[in-house]
Design a protein around this ligand. Sequence first.
Ligand SMILES: Cc1cc2nc3c(=O)[nH]c(=O)nc-3n(C[C@H](O)[C@H](O)[C@H](O)COP(=O)(O)O)c2cc1C
Length: 130
Amino acid sequence: MYRDLHDPGLAPGNGGFLTALGRPDFNVFYDAGTLILIGAKKSAPFGDADCWLAAQNLMLTAHAMGLGTCCIGCSLTAFSIPEVRAELSIPNDVAITAAIVVGTPAESPGATGRKPPAILSWKKPVARRR
Ligand SMILES: Cc1cc2nc3c(=O)[nH]c(=O)nc-3n(C[C@H](O)[C@H](O)[C@H](O)COP(=O)(O)O)c2cc1C
């Protein structure tokens, strides 16, 4: 069952999402056909960054193929549980950074609004004299 996490009732802090998690009809993976876990060796210096870059490439490619994706950050702690790691054959030296469901979109919602970027500092380049 889909839950819009932008719904203020589900915002972290007011307990709505935890309540939704407890419902038998709520599937954190939205009944998607595929879950892709992206991980890197724990020793990789920029492992997290590598994973997120790969995640975005995956999501853009899926979109170009007419598929839908969603990051499922709330599932990540599960991939630290030894039994879950064993079940999924996740090697001991690998940390899972991104969990992304892929499926056929049930709808094609329009673009959501975007806040303007917060520019902290801007310096006009000084023209060089010759
Ligand atoms: C790091 C990360 C974790 C997320 N975790 C979840 C999640 O656990 N469950 C979920 O439904 N959506 C999750 N999302 C998706 C967001 O709720 C949101 O739908 C997505 O970022 C698109 O935002 P937009 O609708 O403003 O474009 C996550 C997004 C990101 C970037």
